[in-house]
Design a protein around this ligand. Structure first.
Ligand code: FMN
Length: 277
């Protein structure tokens, strides 16, 4: 169970990467906010920001309604209150959506005393969901590369690993779950690296689970396999982003497992408790 009160909204860090399925990102974020009642911080890669999500590009023509609703309900604040509810006074049970860009932390970082956005995001989140996960970002995470906001969050992620710092063990956390929903061309999916890299990431959560290093295989890294479809490239095979219903269901199960929602239906918790969080 994650420490802290259950009586605040669940917090989801939603990474969206440069698969063509990024066009489903606005709908996914809205569903997480409206059906799971989660606060969602969307972190985009450069590819999504500059190609798939530019106004007038793929995203707005694919699902104009979700794009409009998403654009209307998203805020860009970088102010993150890890220990409170980010100053929400709306009284609504629905979650809020914030958006973050790949280079954002550099744009706002000026002095050594300034907070570091990827660390704040890591501390803020209960769960990280990356949907869609591209082959490129998969490879980066598996190999520890971190040249944008999303991969920095994952490189600094709390997988429950413990280490001594100032003479004491740093971490009482059991680790925070990561849910990965890859989407890519069939040949990319069947490339040996895909399996090797997914297994490498899953091992992050198992690391030292039976010893002194912490780690938590129980709520570790969950992979939602892609579906069989005619892909954007015209080929038929495995590689399409899993159905959004399946992704939502997996997120709810995960939040239930870590004690952030009581049961699969119980995402409409009482908003009056928010002020006590
Ligand atoms: C039209 C188009 C569609 C693409 N679709 C995918 C995809 O579904 N999955 C994938 O892994 N890469 C796909 N790519 C390649 C990625 O966009 C590319 O590898 C990019 O560097 C990913 O960067 P990111 O992971 O930082 O977002 C596509 C590229 C183009 C031009």
């Amino acid at each position: 169970m994650i420490e802290g009160s259950i009586n605040r909204r669940p917090r989801i860090l939603l990474g969206i990467t440069g698969s063509v399925a990024a066009v489903k990102g606005p709908k996914l974020a809205l569903r997480l906010a409206n059906e799971v009642n989660a606060d969602v911080r969307v972190v985009l890669t450069r590819t999504v920001e500059h190609y798939f999500w530019k106004e007038g590009r793929a995203v707005s023509s694919y699902d104009a309604e979700s794009w409009r609703d998403f654009s209307a309900s998203t805020s860009t604040t970088t102010q993150i209150e890890v220990d409170s509810d980010d100053g929400d006074s709306s009284g609504s049970s629905k979650g809020r959506i914030f958006i973050h860009y790949a280079e954002e932390e550099w744009a706002n970082y000026k002095n050594l005393q300034d907070t570091v956005l990827h660390i704040d995001l890591r501390n803020w989140a209960d769960v990280c969901l990356i949907a869609p996960l591209s082959a490129h970002t998969l490879g980066k995470i598996a190999n520890g590369l971190c040249d944008d906001l999303l991969t920095c969050c994952l490189r600094a992620w709390d997988f429950g690993q413990r280490f001594p710092t100032n003479g004491t063990i740093n971490n009482n956390s059991r680790g925070k779950p990561v849910i990965l929903a890859p989407a890519m061309n069939t040949a990319m999916w069947h490339h040996p690296l895909t399996d090797m890299q997914l297994k490498a990431i899953q091992k992050f959560a198992d690391y030292g689970a039976d010893g002194d290093n912490g780690g938590n295989a129980e709520t570790g890294v969950i992979v939602i396999e892609p579906a069989v479809k005619t892909l954007a490239c015209g080929e038929i095979g495995v590689g399409a982003l899993a159905d959004l219903d399946d992704i939502i269901c997996e997120v709810k199960k995960c939040l239930m497992q870590i004690g952030r929602v009581d049961n699969l239906q119980a995402t409409n918790y009482d908003v009056r408790h928010l002020e006590h969080d």
